[in-house]
Design a protein around this ligand. Structure first.
Ligand code: RP5
Length: 164
């Protein structure tokens, strides 16, 4: 099972690193690429047109500013694309959010929250779980872990308040 993470610039990487970490925790192979819809359109075309042949099953595309990366990739492949608008510039990611989310009918990009790298990874794993049943159990374990963590946080707060 393989997911590609593609970003418009290496300056996006600190936001995206948690996505790679999460995917690896689920045992998913990750391909990481820097390519820009505006600055390296030929590279983006090559990446997207060959994605399915390379075994990529889901693409996570992240970019900031006037972010056309997700849409352009989706135009060149039928591999599903998850978009992450990256915060940056004077509009702080709202520009990228609108660019990702307002796709014309026929070419969808499943857009996450601004900087929503972790959810992009989990959503990719959920998509892969349709084909790879072992991921269903891992997703359930991940939910159980989160539940335990939230309960522990509540108990910690209650204990701190009681001690005052
Ligand atoms: C976008 O422009 C990139 O995705 C990045 O978020 C933003 C700024 O890129 P750099 O100028 O840091 O290379 O294409």
């Amino acid at each position: 099972m393989k997911v590609a993470i593609i970003m418009g610039s290496n300056s996006d990487w600190p936001i995206l690193e948690p996505a790679e970490k999460t995917l690896k925790e689920f045992g998913v192979e990750v391909e990481v690429v820097v390519a820009s819809a505006h600055r390296t359109p030929n590279l983006v075309h090559e990446f997207a047109a060959g994605a399915r042949e390379r075994g990529v099953e889901v693409i996570i595309a992240a970019a900031g500013l006037a972010a056309h990366l997700g849409g352009v990739i989706a135009a060149f492949t039928t591999v599903p694309v998850i978009g992450i608008p990256i915060a940056g510039g004077p509009l702080n990611g709202v520009d990228a959010l609108l660019s990702f989310v307002q796709m014309p009918p026929g070419i969808p990009v499943a857009t996450m929250a601004i900087n929503g790298a972790k959810n992009a990874a989990i959503y990719a794993v959920q998509m892969l779980s349709i084909k790879y049943p072992e991921l269903v159990e891992k997703l359930a374990a991940n939910r159980a872990k989160m539940e335990a963590e939230v309960i522990a946080k509540g108990e910690k707060l209650a204990a701190e308040r009681a001690a005052k």
